[in-house]
Design a protein around this ligand. Structure first.
Ligand code: FAD
Length: 296
């Protein structure tokens, strides 16, 4: 399925912190994850414009502090074209050359979708405005985007983003690797040739996981929900189980030669770091990790 046998690229996603305490915590997280020599970091962009200045601020601070290339996300829904152009200009002026381009979601009760209604239009706009300056990542959905009528529609819409000039894709998170493998096969069969990097959400918190998954349409297998529910308030057990399950998922993906793994960190390093060690990535880096397993 995957042709390249090169070492997989790891990348880590953060959201911009709003309070000073959260900022300090994120700095610690980034320092820890930078030590794993990731390919890049990325920073989300709030739908409806809530954090667009904070995104750039966080990206610039992260690159300066860690030396790791850091990609801002950019979303288009609800923004006038002029505003998107200004954000791109700011990114360009800050020396940024990688972006994650998304449609975004309108906060409930908001009206006015803006001029660009879908991510393929945003990618097209970025290419028109800035040529090949940016390496553009887009989103992909192995379990299909919740608003798409059919899986085939969603795949066609994914292809539009690729044809508009996307270089690579990061998937919504999933816990069933077969959904991802089948999605990649369908993409290849429909002529999509860009890398499709699995998005990985380490399981840290039961309530949050259920809330996010409800919103984004990611399926949590029944057996995982049952086990998590049984743990109740026992956070240590949830964490150990979550690291175990997510490590196994990553192992299956890496065994099939995926080009990389992108972690939704929720601004926490512990689970992502433990998974990296469990996968033996330390051995590959230095040859001295001795295969020690970190299981929580
Ligand atoms: P699109 O590709 O536009 O797809 C959205 C829906 O419209 C799909 O159902 C698709 O099938 C359909 N569609 C697409 N193009 C067309 C077309 N031309 N005509 C008709 N239908 C079409 N959200 C944020 O607000 N900020 C972030 O920083 C952020 N980061 C993310 C990072 C990743 C890796 C992922 C996977 C998601 C992220 N999201 C973020 C969430 C994302 O904005 C939502 O999932 C959103 O609902 C869809 O965005 P998209 O870019 O996939 O949209």
């Amino acid at each position: 399925m995957f042709e390249s046998q090169k070492k997989p690229d790891f990348s880590y996603e953060f959201f911009p912190p709003r309070r000073p305490g959260a900022k300090v915590k994120l700095e610690r997280t980034q320092e820890k994850l930078a030590a794993l020599k990731p390919k890049f970091f990325s920073v989300t962009f709030g739908a409806g414009g809530s954090t667009r200045e904070l995104t750039l601020e966080t990206v610039v601070a992260t690159t300066a502090a860690t030396g790791v290339e850091t990609a801002p996300h950019i979303s288009c829904i609800g923004f006038p074209l002029e505003r998107i152009r200004a954000v791109l200009r700011d990114y360009q002026a800050s020396g940024i050359t990688r972006v994650v381009a998304l449609r975004g979601d309108l906060p409930s009760g908001t009206t006015g979708v803006g001029e660009l209604r879908h991510a393929n239009e945003l990618v097209e706009f970025i290419r028109k405005e800035t040529g090949s300056l940016f390496y553009i990542e887009v989103a992909a959905y192995p379990e299909f985007h919740p608003q798409s009528n059919t899986a085939a529609d969603d795949l066609r819409n994914f292809k539009r983003k690729v044809e508009a000039g996307a270089d690579s894709a990061i998937t919504q998170y999933f816990y069933n690797p077969d959904a991802y493998f089948r999605f990649v096969d369908s993409a290849l069969n429909s002529g999509i040739n860009i890398p499709i990097i699995p998005g990985i959400m380490p399981i840290i918190n039961y309530t949050e996981l259920m809330r996010f998954s409800d919103m984004c349409g990611a399926e949590i297998p029944r057996w995982i929900v049952g086990r998590l529910r049984d743990f109740g308030d026992d956070r240590a057990s949830i964490r150990a189980f979550g690291i175990d399950v997510t490590t196994e998922l990553c192992r299956r993906l890496l065994d099939q030669g995926v080009p990389g793994l992108h972690f939704y960190t929720m601004n926490q390093y512990e689970a992502s770091e433990a998974i990296w060690h469990n996968l033996g990535m330390g051995d590959r880096e230095t040859g001295i990790d001795g295969g020690n397993s970190v299981d929580g």
